[in-house]
Design a protein around this ligand. Structure first.
Ligand code: FES
Ligand code: MG
Length: 590
């Protein structure tokens, strides 16, 4: 075949200087009938990083989709080789799936560098499966393309749209208020799973797959197609086909994951109402691509972007409707027309982002609004700092009317208010004591949880969406301001100060807060400050830090020693030194 680029896989299968080596590799593929005729014909070997399994139900659709990926690879002249990735299931993994992202990343880097791959199809879906795959692609830098598995179909409960995650948060509030019992909570949550697929809200899964598309790493339209749709299987075929072409054209992630692509992704994130998990994930992908994203970039580039997508948790609709309204290409088309994106950014399609999306517009303006008629103005993240945090993220798009009027004087942009701190040293302490009247939780309280960060938890837990005690919920106060050094589920609608960095466990200012302290939140000044005099703070700095749990697996220990803070991306500090690892053909050992 007339291939202008030497294939990496030739070092294994086509090495005239080492016939013994070549024989060893061909022999083991031959045991399932793969012939030397195929492997030695200059055909790109395309890995398919299979993230679906019975342990990862969100991505299970990939177990069947992969057949269409293989068809596409074969039709384009390549050889498909499927292999499993380290499983990550957000909702089932204890103590948190956050431990798995960096582990899946490490394993994928080893697989992609150690085996005869010329390119890779990255199957993604559930929250951290997507950043893990993109981080590895950025490090290895062999041609790579993302195939997301897609959201579940839209669901309803008693005539209302019932979004993944949202249905649980509301049911928990109903349980706390005594409106429902535990059986109804379980029936409602389990009864709103309509099909295969990942979360159908704009949670971390749909957000990160939308950002993979905005970064240019998947074909246009890929992110939002529901998992069971025929279009999803067609997308799988086209993705496999395109993977082979990417090898022939030598298009690598380094040509796509540029500064312009990350800036575009931040703008798109605001317009879709993306998850608060996106800043650390995008920072980690960028770090492995050799680009430094500052958490303040989210405020600087993203805050003034309007919310165009009316999806839960910030809005009303769900993923299937998002797809029918035009999905990510329609959002990008609106933002390009408003001059808010760099249209020249390259994508895996071969065209620029403007080539792919400039002509695309919303097909249903109830779900994807026109730029001039958004769901909300100034809908991006605010990034605050002060004597309790170098940075804390606030997702403004989920702030509801009731909360805005109660705490923010009706306007997020100008709000300054004081709160009384109620501090929990772990999520367990919150659950065990929140109903205790001695805590004195009232309408002016801020619920604060610490030891929930990358080092303290370890991994960083999605616990910073704490409900008020039942007595307050029954009075109609369904949400209180929250703050924590952990994260929040992408499906949560709690207006919290999240991802506080540095975390308590490494001596961050959040460790100095005591129950009963006053804190001042100044949103226009982007400040969060503990109103305690400096002498007292100095005295508290000398006290021991709140105790963290011990590691009980070897990986937890290694993770803790090397993880960076959430503001930086919570990646492994030593891993960014190994860029372009896939350009090296490793030594052989026979
Ligand atoms: Fe897997 Fe939401 S739990 S996508
Ligand atoms: Mg999550």
């Amino acid at each position: 075949m007339n291939d202008p680029h030497p294939l990496r896989s030739d070092a294994w299968f086509n090495n005239p200087a080492e016939p013994g080596e070549t024989a060893i590799y061909l022999e083991r593929f031959a045991n399932r009938g793969i012939t030397g005729q195929e492997l030695r014909a200059g055909r790109p070997v395309i890995g398919i990083a299979q993230s679906g399994s019975e342990l990862t139900p969100c991505n299970f659709i990939h177990v069947s989709l992969v057949q269409r990926v293989k068809d596409g690879i074969r039709d384009a002249g390549g050889i498909p080789v499927e292999f499993p990735t380290h499983p990550i299931q957000e909702s089932v993994r204890r103590p948190t799936a956050a431990l798995d992202r960096n582990l899946a990343y490490l394993a994928l880097v080893e697989i992609l560098t150690g085996y005869p791959f010329d390119g890779v199809v990255l199957t993604t879906g559930c929250d951290k499966t997507t950043p893990a795959a993109l981080m590895a692609a950025a490090t290895v830098d062999i041609p790579a393309i993302v195939l997301s598995g897609g959201p579940m179909l839209d669901a309803t409960w008693e005539g209302h749209r019932a979004g993944s995650g949202m249905v649980l948060w509301q049911a928990r509030r109903d349980l706390a208020a005594g409106r429902i019992g535990p059986d109804e909570l379980i029936d409602r949550v389990v009864g709103t799973v309509p099909s295969a697929g990942h979360c159908n809200t704009m949670g971390t899964a749909l957000s990160m797959n939308s950002l993979a598309e905005a970064l240019g790493m998947s074909l246009p339209g890929c992110a939002a197609i529901p998992a069971p749709y025929a279009e999803r299987a067609a997308m799988a075929y086209r993705t496999g086909y395109r993977a082979v072409e990417l090898v022939r054209e030598d298009v690598r992630p380094s040509a796509i994951l540029t500064r312009a692509a990350f800036d575009n992704a931040i703008v798109v994130a605001s317009a879709i109402g993306a998850s608060t998990n996106c800043p650390p994930h995008l920072a980690a992908i960028a770090a492995h691509a050799g680009i430094r994203l500052d958490v303040r970039d989210w405020d600087r580039i993203g805050y003034h972007i309007p919310l165009l997508v009316d999806l839960q948790p910030a809005g009303r609709h769900l993923g299937e409707s998002f797809h029918r309204a035009g999905g990510v290409p329609a959002v990008i088309g609106e933002l390009l027309a408003a001059g808010l994106l760099d249209g020249t950014a390259a994508t895996v399609s071969g065209g620029s982002i403007a080539d792919n999306c400039a002509a695309r517009r919303s097909l249903d303006t109830e779900v994807i609004r026109r730029y001039g008629d958004p769901v909300k103005h100034d809908a991006g993240f605010m990034v605050l700092s002060g004597n309790v945090a170098d940075s804390a993220i606030l997702k403004t798009s989920v702030i509801g009317d009731d909360y805005r009027d109660r705490y923010l004087g009706g306007d997020v942009a100008t709000a300054c208010f004081e709160v009384r701190a109620v501090v929990f040293d772990s999520p367990e302490q919150y659950r065990a004591t929140i109903e205790d009247p001695e805590l004195g939780v009232g309408p002016d309280s801020m619920l604060i949880v610490r030891n929930a960060g990358p080092v303290g938890y370890p991994g960083s837990a999605e616990v910073v969406n704490m409900s008020p005690p039942g007595a307050l919920v029954r009075q109609g106060i369904e949400m209180l301001p929250c703050m924590g050094d952990g994260r929040q589920s992408g499906t949560s609608d709690s207006p919290s100060l999240l991802n506080v960095s540095p975390e308590a466990a490494v001596g961050g200012g959040i460790a100095l807060i005591r129950t009963g302290d006053r804190l001042r939140v100044d949103l226009p000044g982007r400040r969060i400050d503990l109103l305690v005099d400096e002498d007292e703070l100095q005295r508290r700095r000398a006290e021991p830090l709140p105790e963290v749990v011990a590691s009980y697996t070897p990986w937890q220990e290694l993770f803790r020693r090397h993880v960076t803070q959430l503001s930086e991306g919570a990646y492994l500090d030593f891993a960014t030194a190994y860029r372009s690892a896939g350009r090296i053909v490793p030594r052989h050992s026979h």
